[in-house]
Design a protein around this ligand. Structure first.
Ligand SMILES: [Ca+2]
Ligand SMILES: [Ca+2]
Ligand SMILES: [Ca+2]
Ligand SMILES: [Ca+2]
Length: 384
């Protein structure tokens, strides 16, 4: 494990030094901060032993001088508690930080005051990082500092506070100091985000979370049979629904004008349950309003496979049927006839038969609006 990690750190040394240190105070120094995990996938499964622990998540934080000049940074920057400066964002989108982070001293002792040249100035003890130098801290197990117990993908990042100086202004007692006011950067350097996957097969069904949507139930895993109506997504696939298949009801309607079968009658079934669109038009003489304003659930034309007949399979429920007979196949020219009937409650697996009896409309007298049709009571008969 350590070998692989060391190799990755060593690989960083080989990076070409392309950045040139900028002197401006706010410009970040050419220090590349990197967060390196030993692997991309870790098992959350608890290993046997006492105390039981999941697989260690080993990582390293490295700081590399990618510039061409030696950098001076506040002393101990490379030994600061870098393991606490990593933040994780868990599968639930929430951040995970080290609880110990709050215990860190944010304010150190006041800066020392030394004679530099002929003046006393505030100074910062510094250490140097030559071009290509890498300072690194290896953390054997992130579990020691972070609560990482959810299954799924985590995104990790490290943010390292640092102050850098262009020169050492004085050496005293073997320690290099830089004039505090001469800092050319004081801020935070950030690594790129790194993704890791924490996974487990706690219920031993051969499927690991997060693919296993219930890793505490061995009967639930991708590829399991979806059992309808048990309240569970057995196959971890929301598109295979947990619903009991319903046997539809059937309606057989026959359109007749006197004794002649009529093809081409448009039939629409509307939801007749409480609160549906048609309930606002309850009462007589509202057929045309329903026909024009409400969206039908099922549509058909008589005469598709049998003369004058229309057969529909629909979910059980209450329906209102409205049929439109148009004698000249010219829409909206005033001679269309609407025939409405409640189909009552259609039951699963049952067939209802009914007749649509067409009486042709007399042409309206000039200036008189034709009466709207009335909804007939249940006219249809139920059959097994
Ligand atoms: Ca499992
Ligand atoms: Ca399972
Ligand atoms: Ca189910
Ligand atoms: Ca399913």
């Amino acid at each position: 494990m350590r070998t692989l990690l060391s190799r990755r750190i060593a690989g960083l040394v080989g990076l070409a030094a392309i950045c040139i240190s900028a002197a401006a105070y706010a410009d970040p120094p050419p220090i590349h901060v990197n967060l390196v995990f030993e692997k991309t996938t870790y098992s959350l499964a608890v290993l046997p032993g006492s105390p039981p622990e999941p697989e260690p998540i080993q990582f390293a934080v490295t700081l590399e001088n990618t510039g061409l000049q030696t950098l001076f940074a506040q002393e101990d920057f490379s030994k600061s508690p870098l393991e606490l400066l990593v933040t994780f964002v868990g599968p639930d989108g929430k951040g995970v930080i080290a609880p110990k982070l709050g215990e860190l001293e944010t304010e150190g002792p006041p800066p020392r005051i030394l004679l530099v040249g002929d003046a006393y100035v505030q100074v910062d003890p510094v250490e140097s990082l030559s071009p290509g130098d890498i300072a690194s801290v290896v953390v054997p197990d992130a579990h020691s500092f972070y609560q990482l117990n959810q299954c799924g993908y985590y995104t990790a990042k490290v943010r390292v506070p640092i102050r850098t100086y262009p020169v050492v202004s004085r050496t005293f007692g073997g320690i290099n100091y830089a004039d505090l006011d001469s800092a050319n950067f004081a801020g935070v350097l950030e690594s790129s985000p790194v993704k890791i996957l924490l996974t487990a097969d706690a219920d031993n069904d051969g499927s690991t979370c997060p693919d296993d949507c219930d890793d505490a139930n061995p009967a639930i895993f991708p590829g399991a049979a979806e059992i309808a109506g048990n309240g569970m997504d057995d196959d971890c696939n929301p598109t295979t629904l947990d619903v009991v298949p319903v046997t539809p009801a059937r309606v057989l309607l026959t359109a007749k004008k006197k004794r002649t079968l009529v093809d081409g009658v448009i039939v629409r079934l509307f939801d007749n349950s409480r609160g549906s669109c048609i309930s606002q038009f309850k009462g007589k003489k509202k057929v045309k309003s329903i026909w024009l304003s409400c969206t039908s659930l099922f549509d058909g034309l008589t005469g598709g496979s049998n003369p004058g007949q229309l057969s529909l399979a629909v979910p059980p429920g209450s329906y209102l049927m409205i049929a439109e007979y148009d004698p000249d196949a010219t829409a909206m020219n005033g001679n269309e006839v609407l025939i409405a009937a409640s189909l009552g409650k259609l039951k699963s697996g049952k067939l209802k038969k009914g007749a649509i009896n067409i009486k042709e409309k007399r042409p309206p007298r000039s200036g008189v609006t034709a009466e709207e049709e009335e909804i007939a009571p249940d006219l249809l008969e139920e059959e097994e």
